[in-house]
Write a protein that binds this ligand. Structure first.
Ligand SMILES: [Mg+2]
Length: 214
């Protein structure tokens, strides 16, 4: 049995999507954008455009004086501070380690963007923390999973990947032979590839599966 578990960060261990919404609410209150303004911000987040285009659309809509880069800086400063670690994550990680598991965090994004989201001692609960956008490759590239395993002095065969992205976390990990747990967040599993090994609604439900396996 390979007691090695690799976790994604955003929307797996921390409530990143919720943090963005809390920032929208904060911005709405600070700048008196009103309920219609908040609706606009939420709709903008769903639009399939680049962040820069999105920030520009927000600036145009409300007549903000910032440039898109300046508004992005405010976003990057505030959102990590508004993110929350999901219930039970800290205790469950401690217990997993107490049972002899090695643990790793593997997140796309840079240390600059991601580290502020790791609060309340979360960062200390991993043998390895990897910010893939500071490395030569990111998820779902196979080499980033191998790099994390090497740094943890663990193998990938029979190791576990827990994450909310079918493309980055599940497909990437399955391609290097890991067992996978998909955090659905209540989303239905789309038909086709990849097929996660197990599906849970939240990360709290993933820990009992790891305990049962190891
Ligand atoms: Mg994620």
């Amino acid at each position: 049995m390979n007691r090695f578990a690799v976790f994604d960060l955003d929307d797996t261990l921390v409530d990143s999507t919720g943090a963005v919404d809390r920032w929208f609410i904060e911005l709405t209150e600070q700048r008196n954008l009103g309920a219609a303004g908040l609706d606009f911000l939420r709709a903008e987040q769903q639009r399939p455009v680049t962040p820069r285009e999105s920030f520009q659309a927000i600036i145009d809509r409300f007549g903000f004086s910032e440039t898109p880069d300046e508004l992005r800086s405010i976003f990057l400063e505030r959102v990590p501070l508004l993110s929350r670690t999901f219930d039970g994550v800290l205790d469950n990680l401690r217990e997993l380690r107490a049972r002899g598991w090695r643990t790793a965090l593997l997140t796309n994004g840079t240390a600059l963007d991601q580290q502020p989201k790791m609060r309340d001692g979360l960062a200390e609960l991993f043998d390895v923390v990897c910010f893939a956008d500071d490395e030569p490759m990111r998820k779902p590239h196979p080499e980033i999973f191998r790099l994390v395993a090497d740094r943890a002095d663990a193998g990938l065969d029979g190791a576990w990947m827990i994450g909310d992205s079918l493309e980055y976390d599940i497909a990437g990990a399955a391609a290097v032979g890991m067992s996978t747990i998909w955090i659905s967040g209540g989303r239905p599993l789309p038909k086709g590839e990849p097929v996660p090994g197990q599906v849970v609604a939240s990360v709290a439900e993933a820990f009992p599966l790891l305990h049962a396996a190891g």
